[in-house]
Write a protein that binds this ligand. Structure first.
Ligand SMILES: [Zn+2]
Length: 451
């Protein structure tokens, strides 16, 4: 009875919450450019305080403030910690946006603006769930904590030290990380962890200055040099060729695969969103999903050398650079994989190529289906949507699960959330569907009651 009143309250108050989301999304908090971080942190702190949280900002050394807020309703009740980040990705290529990324609008049943899905919308959706409980019952049914950092999109370089220094305040019985997606047809999705990321810049320098390309018959070319090395990393089917690369990778369990087999994952829908003709790994949805989740990846994120402006320039360049990301599945540790990459570079005779690992700190991590926070999210989905969510053993992306599971000792999941598989994370025209915003908030409100 109470819960159905709370869920109705969420629905009734969602318009007001979306107005607050507009305000939040107007901050151009691009962490890669160190933009608007102090004012966005202050906005989040005020928002938490206005909603009854004891809230404060924690400075980090050399980084933006982390915002922490808590609402302890009863020490004997369980505590849920919600992690979010207030920063967003850069907006280029700007000319592909149909609307101003930092002047959010609502149209076609969707909310448009940078950060609405990743992940400003999730914080506002969660606060809507808190408010609904406050209006119906005076307070939420459990203790709640928020921790909101400002550098997730650049790999959380200062969050680790915050977590290590503040383990005590972060203690909880479960945590949700950012938010979950919905599938194209509206089924919510939760993920029990994330992949990790090893990001490496590779630089080939074969001369101190560029040369006339007529000397190419005798002068080395850094572009070719780097390409030759890159082709030793991965085959055409995506299999990584570095010796021992897969050794530690966690294997699927039968229960995990049962959930995946029941998944409504549709490769065709993704192909439609992205305009991709053919995926690597065949046509079968289950096989593609299994591959998406359990496969480590090696991706050329960018490659640059020489002249690519208009017209011709016959040059043999001195330098070539590539940015490569390796996504790692749980149990694969960044430092160990980097050592394998270095050994491989050496054994293939490419020691002249410089490896510059980025200071990113997100390790792969995942919890089991038996955790309390997982059960609460599954039951909450039945309350809010009338059906179980999709359950993925971990997400294909990197996130902060490792900090919580391993450093603080709080089992964490992703979800409930506000986005869907067409939300255009990190891309132009980021958007969320209003139905998912409301659904995510109901799911969250129900999950509070099920913890
Ligand atoms: Zn992101």
């Amino acid at each position: 009875m109470v819960l159905s009143d709370v869920l109705a309250r969420v629905e009734a108050d969602s318009d007001k919450a979306l107005e607050v989301l507009k305000e939040y999304c107007r901050f151009p908090t691009i962490s890669a450019h160190k933009k608007a971080q102090p004012e966005t942190a202050a906005f989040v702190r005020r928002l938490l305080a206005e909603n009854g949280f004891e809230a404060r900002e924690y400075p980090t050394e050399g980084g933006p403030n982390v915002v922490f807020g808590q609402m302890i309703v009863d020490e004997r009740k369980p505590t849920l910690l919600m992690y979010q980040h207030y920063d967003v990705q850069p907006v280029d290529p700007l000319n592909e946006w149909k609307r101003d990324p930092f002047d959010p609008t609502m149209a076609d049943g969707k909310f448009w603006g940078r950060g609405c899905g990743d992940t400003k919308g999730n914080l506002i959706m969660q606060l809507l769930a808190v408010q609904a409980w406050q209006r119906v019952e005076g307070r939420p049914p459990i203790n709640l904590k928020f921790v909101v950092e400002g550098e997730e999109e650049v790999g959380s370089p200062h969050f680790a030290s915050f977590v290590h220094a503040n383990k005590e305040i972060l203690k909880a019985d479960g945590a949700t990380i950012e938010g979950g997606d919905h599938l194209h047809e509206g089924t919510p999705k939760i993920e029990l962890g994330c992949k990790g990321i090893l990001y490496v810049e590779m630089v080939s320098r074969t001369a101190s200055v560029d040369q006339h390309s007529s000397y190419a018959a005798i002068a080395p070319n850094p572009g070719w040099r780097l390409i030759h090395f890159l082709t030793t990393l991965r085959d055409a089917n995506g299999r990584i060729k570095i010796p021992g690369w897969y050794e530690d990778a966690r294997r699927p369990t039968a229960r995990e695969l049962r959930y995946l087999r029941a998944s409504a994952f549709s490769a065709d829908a993704l192909k439609g969103f992205w305009g991709v003709k053919q995926f690597i790994g065949g046509e079968n949805n289950f096989e593609l999903l299994r591959r998406l989740i359990y496969s480590p990846t090696c991706t050329i994120c960018g490659f640059v050398s020489g002249y690519i402006e208009e017209g011709t320039k016959t040059v043999n360049p001195a330098v070539a650079k590539a940015k490569i990301d390796f996504r790692l599945v749980p149990n694969m540790k960044k430092e160990k994989q980097l050592a394998k990459l270095r050994d491989h570079l050496k054994s293939k005779g490419f020691e002249d190529i410089e490896l510059r690992p980025a200071p990113e700190n997100l390790e792969a991590a995942a919890i089991s289906l038996a955790a309390r926070v997982v059960k609460a999210a599954i039951k909450g989905s039945v309350d809010a949507y009338g059906r179980e969510p999709e359950v993925w053993p971990w997400s294909a992306g990197a996130s902060a699960h490792g900090f919580f599971n391993e450093v603080v000792g709080v089992p964490s999941i992703s979800g409930p959330g506000v986005s869907y598989d067409g939300s255009n994370y990190h891309a132009p025209n980021e958007n969320i569907r209003l139905t998912d915003f409301i659904g995510g908030s109901k799911h969250m409100a129900a999950m509070f009651a099920r913890m």
